[in-house]
Design a protein around this ligand. Sequence first.
Ligand SMILES: *[C@@H]1O[C@H](CO)[C@@H](O)[C@H](O)[C@H]1NC(C)=O
Ligand SMILES: *[C@@H]1O[C@H](CO)[C@@H](O)[C@H](O)[C@H]1NC(C)=O
Ligand SMILES: *[C@@H]1O[C@H](CO)[C@@H](O)[C@H](O)[C@H]1NC(C)=O
Ligand SMILES: *[C@@H]1O[C@H](CO)[C@@H](O)[C@H](O)[C@H]1NC(C)=O
Ligand SMILES: *[C@@H]1O[C@H](CO)[C@@H](O)[C@H](O)[C@H]1NC(C)=O
Ligand SMILES: *[C@@H]1O[C@H](CO)[C@@H](O)[C@H](O)[C@H]1NC(C)=O
Ligand SMILES: *[C@@H]1O[C@H](CO)[C@@H](O)[C@H](O)[C@H]1NC(C)=O
Ligand SMILES: *[C@@H]1O[C@H](CO)[C@@H](O)[C@H](O)[C@H]1NC(C)=O
Ligand SMILES: *[C@@H]1O[C@H](CO)[C@@H](O)[C@H](O)[C@H]1NC(C)=O
Ligand SMILES: *[C@@H]1O[C@H](CO)[C@@H](O)[C@H](O)[C@H]1NC(C)=O
Ligand SMILES: *[C@@H]1O[C@H](CO)[C@@H](O)[C@H](O)[C@H]1NC(C)=O
Ligand SMILES: *[C@@H]1O[C@H](CO)[C@@H](O)[C@H](O)[C@H]1NC(C)=O
Length: 761
Amino acid sequence: MPSSVRFLTVRMFSLLLLLFIHLRACHSSPSIHPQCHDEESHALLQFKQSLAINESASFDPSAYPKVASWKVDGESGDCCSWDGVECDRDSGHVIGLDLSSSFLYGSIDSNSTLFHLVHLRRLNLADNDFNNSEIPSEIRNLPRLFDLNLSMSLFSGQIPAEILELSKLVSIDLGLNSLKLQKPGLQHLVEALTNLEVLHLSGVDISAKGEFPMGIFQLPNLRFLRIRSNPYLTGYLPEFQSGSQLELLMLGGSGTSFSGLRLTNLYGEIPSCLGNLTQLAVLKLHKNKLAGQIPSWIGNHTLFISLGLGPNRLHGPIPESIFRLPNLEELDLQKNLFRGTVNVGLLRSRSLVSFQLSGNNLSVIGNINDSIALPKFQILGLGGCNLSGEFPSFLHGQNHLEFVELGGNQIEGHIPKWFMNLGTETLWHLDLSGNFLTGFEQSVDILPWNNLRDLKLSGNKLEGALPIPPRSIISYMVSDNRLTGEIPQAICNLPSLVFLQLSSNNLSSKLPQCLGNISHSASVLDLRNNSFSGDIPDSFSNDCTLRAIDFSQNQFEGKIPRSLANCAELEILNIEKNKINDVFPSWLGIFPKLRVLILRSNRLHGVIGKPRANFEFQRLQIVDLSDNCFRALDLSQNKLTGEIPVQLAQLTFLAVFNVSGNVLSGPIPRGNQFDTFDRTSFDANPGLCGKPLSRKCGNGEDSLLAAKRDEGSAAYPLEFGWKVVVIGYASGLVIGVILGCVMDTRKYEWLVKNYFARWQR
Ligand SMILES: *[C@@H]1O[C@H](CO)[C@@H](O)[C@H](O)[C@H]1NC(C)=O
Ligand SMILES: *[C@@H]1O[C@H](CO)[C@@H](O)[C@H](O)[C@H]1NC(C)=O
Ligand SMILES: *[C@@H]1O[C@H](CO)[C@@H](O)[C@H](O)[C@H]1NC(C)=O
Ligand SMILES: *[C@@H]1O[C@H](CO)[C@@H](O)[C@H](O)[C@H]1NC(C)=O
Ligand SMILES: *[C@@H]1O[C@H](CO)[C@@H](O)[C@H](O)[C@H]1NC(C)=O
Ligand SMILES: *[C@@H]1O[C@H](CO)[C@@H](O)[C@H](O)[C@H]1NC(C)=O
Ligand SMILES: *[C@@H]1O[C@H](CO)[C@@H](O)[C@H](O)[C@H]1NC(C)=O
Ligand SMILES: *[C@@H]1O[C@H](CO)[C@@H](O)[C@H](O)[C@H]1NC(C)=O
Ligand SMILES: *[C@@H]1O[C@H](CO)[C@@H](O)[C@H](O)[C@H]1NC(C)=O
Ligand SMILES: *[C@@H]1O[C@H](CO)[C@@H](O)[C@H](O)[C@H]1NC(C)=O
Ligand SMILES: *[C@@H]1O[C@H](CO)[C@@H](O)[C@H](O)[C@H]1NC(C)=O
Ligand SMILES: *[C@@H]1O[C@H](CO)[C@@H](O)[C@H](O)[C@H]1NC(C)=O
C-alpha cells in the first residue's frame, strides 16, 4: 500500500514541483533583496517558541525540525533565509511558510503570532502534532492565502466559518484530521471559495445532512477532489459537463451511491456521466456500494493512471480494454463479484505496478511465455483467483515484488527456487495461505526475503522443518500444515516479531529455552495442537508484551512458568489439554487485563483459594477449570441437578448456552443473553420450565424466582452439586465455562461477588 501511494504522489505532484522549482529559479536573480521585516521575524520566533520539538509529532521519515535553525543574530538573522520561510522579493514580506513534517508539537491558540503574518499566501503545517487544537477563527487574518495545507496535523473540531472569508484559496488540504465541516458545510465552502482547484477532505466529517454536496461539481476549476472515509455521506453524482477539468476523484469509503436518474439509489451503477470527464486520471471509488458492470467507456479513458473500484458490488466480466490502458499504474478491482477468466497474457498496460483482483469469482490464467511481456508488479493481489497446478510460472522475472497475495487458490507442489530469488530486498507481504503447497524447493536456514514483514503460509500441506522467516518479520502464520521436528533456536532471534501462529502442525520436542526472548516484542503466541513436550520455558522477559498465549493441546508438563507474571498485558491464556501439574495459579489474578483463562484438562490440583484482594481477576470473563484434580470438584458426569442460578443471566458475554440433557429443574432465568437462547439450549431437562420451553412454570415457581432475584447476587443458596456447561465460539476461540462442582455456599458467594459481578462491566 505505501508504495502505491508513493508512486502516485510522486507522479502527480512532480509536475507541480517542477513548476515551483522553475519559479524559484527565476526569483533568485542577483538583485538585492530587502531584509525581512522585524515584526514578522518576531512573530515567527514567537510562533516557534509557542511549540515544542518532539520527534513523535511527525510521521514522514524525512522530517526534521526546520525551526531549529531560526536565529536572530549573525548572518542567518534575516528571516527570509530561514528554513521553510519564503519572502516576497520586492516587499520582503513573508508570503510562504512551509513547516510540514517539522516535529512541531503543541497547541495553536487564537493569540498565536502565526496570525500576524498577514501577507502569507502559502501555509503548510502538515504532518505535525497540534494536540487537537481547533483551527482558530483568526485564520481570517490571512486573507491572501491561496494554498492552505493542514493535513495530518492533529487539528480537531469544527472548521471555523471564517475560512469562508479566504476567498483567494485555490488549494485546501485538511485531510486526516478529526475535523468537521458541518456549520458551515461543504456547500457553503464551495459557494464561497470559487477559485478552488484542489480540495482534500479525506476523513473530515462532512456528513451534516448526509447529502453529497452537488455544488462541489460546479466549481469550474476543480481538478483534485478527495473526500474519502466519510461513511455516513450518501448521495449521487450530477451530470458532468464535458470540458470539466477534474483529474482526480477520490470518494472511497464515502458510502456515496450513484445514479444518473438523479435519484439516490443505494445500489447505483458507475454513472455514465463520468465518461464526460475526459481529463480524469485518477478515479477511486473504493468501499462504496456500486453495483452493475464496468461501463465500456472506461477502456477509452487513455489518461487513467489509477482506477480503484474495489471493494464494491460490481459484477460481470472485466472488459479487456481496461488491460490495454496505456498509462495505467494502479488497477484495484478486488472484492467485487466479477466473474470469468482473466488471461494475464493480455495485459498491455506497460506501467502497471499495482494489480489487484483478489476476492472475486475470477479464474486467472497465464503461463511462463506471458512473463516476458508482463509489467513489473510491485503489488499483486490474486487471492482466490482459481490459480491451480504448480506455482504460477508467469511470475518469472517479477523482481520488483513488494506485496503478493496468492492465498485461497489451488496451487500445488513446491514453492520454486526461482520464486525464492524474486524480491529478496523488496517483498514485505507474502500470502500463500489456503493452497496445497508442500514446501520450499530449496531448503534454506532462513527464508531469503530480507525485508519480509508479513508471511502467511497457513492451510497448506507444508512438510518437514519449520521455515524460519528473516529478522524483519512482524507477523508469521503457518498453522494447519504438516510441519514436524522441533522449533529451532533461530526463532528467538526475530526482534520485531509480534504475531506467531504455529498451531495445528505436528511440531514436537521441548521448546527452546530462549523462546521467552520473543516476549520482548510479541503480542500473540499460538502453539496450539502440536506435539510439544517438556516444561514450558520459564523465561518470559521483564518487559513481556504478550497479550494472548495458546499452548493448548500439547504434551506440556511441569508447572505454569512463574515468569509469566512478567506479562502484565496478558488477556488470554489457554493451556487446555496438557499435563501441567501445578496448584491453582491464583498468582495469575494480578494480571489486570486477563479476560480468558482456560486450564481445562490438566493435572492441576489443590484448593481454589479465595482471592486475596478485590482487584484480582478484575476483567476475567471466561474461566474453565474443568477436568483437573481440584478438590472445590467432580466433573466426571454431566448430571446437572437443581436450578439454573439467576446470576447467570448477568453474564452478558454468553453467546451460546447449552445445558440440554441434564436433570435441571425450576424456571429458566430471564434477561440479557438468556432471552436470546432458543429451546435447544434447555431441551431434555424434565424439570425445567418457562420460556423458551413450552412448559409453563406454576405460580409458585415464578414467585420463587422473583424472590431469588430480590435477594441479590451474593445470597443465592446453593445446596447441590452444580455444573454449568457453556460451549460457544467467539472469534474462533472455543469458550468453555465450567464452574462449579460441589461448592459450599460461602465459596459460591465469593465467586459471585468477586467474579460474576465484575463480568458485567
Ligand atoms: C511528544 O508528543 C507525543 C504525542 O505526539 C506526546 O505523547 C509526548 O508526551 C510528547 N513528549 C514530550 C516530551 O512532550
Ligand atoms: C495538549 O492538550 C492537553 C489536553 O488539552 C493539555 O493538557 C496539554 O497541556 C497539551 N499539551 C501541549 C504541549 O500543548
Ligand atoms: C496565548 O494565550 C494563552 C492563554 O489562552 C497564554 O497562556 C499564552 O501565553 C498566550 N500566548 C501569547 C503569545 O500571548
Ligand atoms: C499537504 O502537505 C503534505 C505534506 O507535505 C503533502 O503530502 C500533501 O500532498 C499536501 N497536500 C496538497 C494538496 O498538496
Ligand atoms: C456530457 O456532456 C454533454 C455536454 O456538456 C452533456 O450534454 C451530456 O449530458 C453529458 N453526458 C452525460 C452522460 O452526463
Ligand atoms: C471508445 O472509442 C472507440 C474508438 O474511438 C469508439 O468507437 C467507441 O464508441 C468508444 N466507446 C465508448 C463507450 O465511448
Ligand atoms: C462463481 O462462478 C461459478 C461459475 O463460473 C458459479 O457456479 C458460482 O456460483 C460463482 N460463485 C459465486 C459466489 O458467485
Ligand atoms: C511458449 O512459447 C513457445 C514458442 O512460441 C511454444 O512452443 C510453447 O508451447 C509456449 N509454452 C506455453 C506454455 O504456452
Ligand atoms: C477454476 O478452474 C478450473 C480449471 O482449472 C475450471 O474448471 C473451473 O471452472 C474454474 N472455476 C471457476 C469458478 O471459474
Ligand atoms: C534474543 O534477542 C536478542 C535481540 O534480538 C538477540 O541479540 C539474541 O541473540 C536473542 N537470543 C537468542 C538465543 O536468539
Ligand atoms: C489438530 O491438527 C491437525 C493437523 O495437524 C488437524 O487435522 C486437527 O483438526 C487439529 N485439531 C484441532 C482440534 O484443531
Ligand atoms: C506427530 O509426531 C509424532 C512423533 O513426533 C508421532 O508419533 C505422531 O504420530 C504424529 N502425529 C500425527 C497426527 O501425525
